[in-house]
Design a protein around this ligand. Sequence first.
Ligand SMILES: [Zn+2]
Ligand SMILES: [Zn+2]
Length: 334
Amino acid sequence: MQQPLPEALEVSPSIWKFTLPIPFPLRTVNMYALIGEDGWTLVDTAMGTPDTRAAFEAGLQKAGLSIDRLRTIVLSHDHPDHVGLSGELHEQSGATVYMHPIDANNMRNHWQNISPERFSHVSHFFRQHGMPAGEPWFSQASPDQLHHIIRVPPFEALTLVEDGQYLRLSGERYRVIWTPGHSDGHICLFRERDGIFLAADHVLPRITPNIGLYSEYDRANPLGDYLDSLRKVSTLPASIVLPGHGEPFKDLAGRVAEIIEHHELREMQILTLLDEQSQNAYQLAEKLFGHRLKSNEARRMAVAETLSHLEYLRIHGQAEQHKTTDGLILYAPA
Ligand SMILES: [Zn+2]
Ligand SMILES: [Zn+2]
């Protein structure tokens, strides 16, 4: 897959896209600088690996921006490659940090008090769906290293925003659109004046965003949420879509239709596999994503994605769950 090279570009008047390298399969993440008369706004904050920091520095220089004029940070969702530098940038600039309450709360649970109990809870969730035990990606980093890569502002320092609220960012008005699915508290920003749509990870070009069920504490039907959130944005009069990964594009409705079709095909594939035999989410994930399951993190994402489909089918009365005597959860056609 062709990904953009790390670079900084003015993608629309006074809007810069910084494309930064990240140590994940997507390889790069975008952050956007919205530049105003008296200061600027940053939408998402990548993470603090050395490569990312160097690319961010170079981007700031190219765009002529300095951290002391950073007034506002908007965090689209709580994933590490979008929030990693937010704590540090908030400390350095005193910028207001906006986020949806659900992901603000998850961010506090994930990155502020990283606890062994939480890991064991998450691994239990995945084990009952058939996944072999394994360590999370960040367990190889020491707490100090991790703190340098991902540091978020304290929960109390965040300003929480709701669906439909308008934010004044660098002198322009943006509407917050809550788009649960890729994460429960994911938000997009829409500028009605000219149709600028900051989509973050809700609508991506070429790849379909990961939609997964990661624990029993999350919203119960992430795929149902996601499809609703896609329909919610598909009719926006967007002039350009600025995604969290990959290049900006114009045809929002067309891309939404493709992603919906992808999920419909996947539903049919899963129903066909379930018709052959009852099985757990891990067995299904191996059949659906076999080539992708090279690391523990990739396996976890594949199982979570498979589960979001299985739960969608179950909630719609097309599949059911059974618990085996050894505590595994199997799915069968209803
Ligand atoms: Zn994400
Ligand atoms: Zn992302």
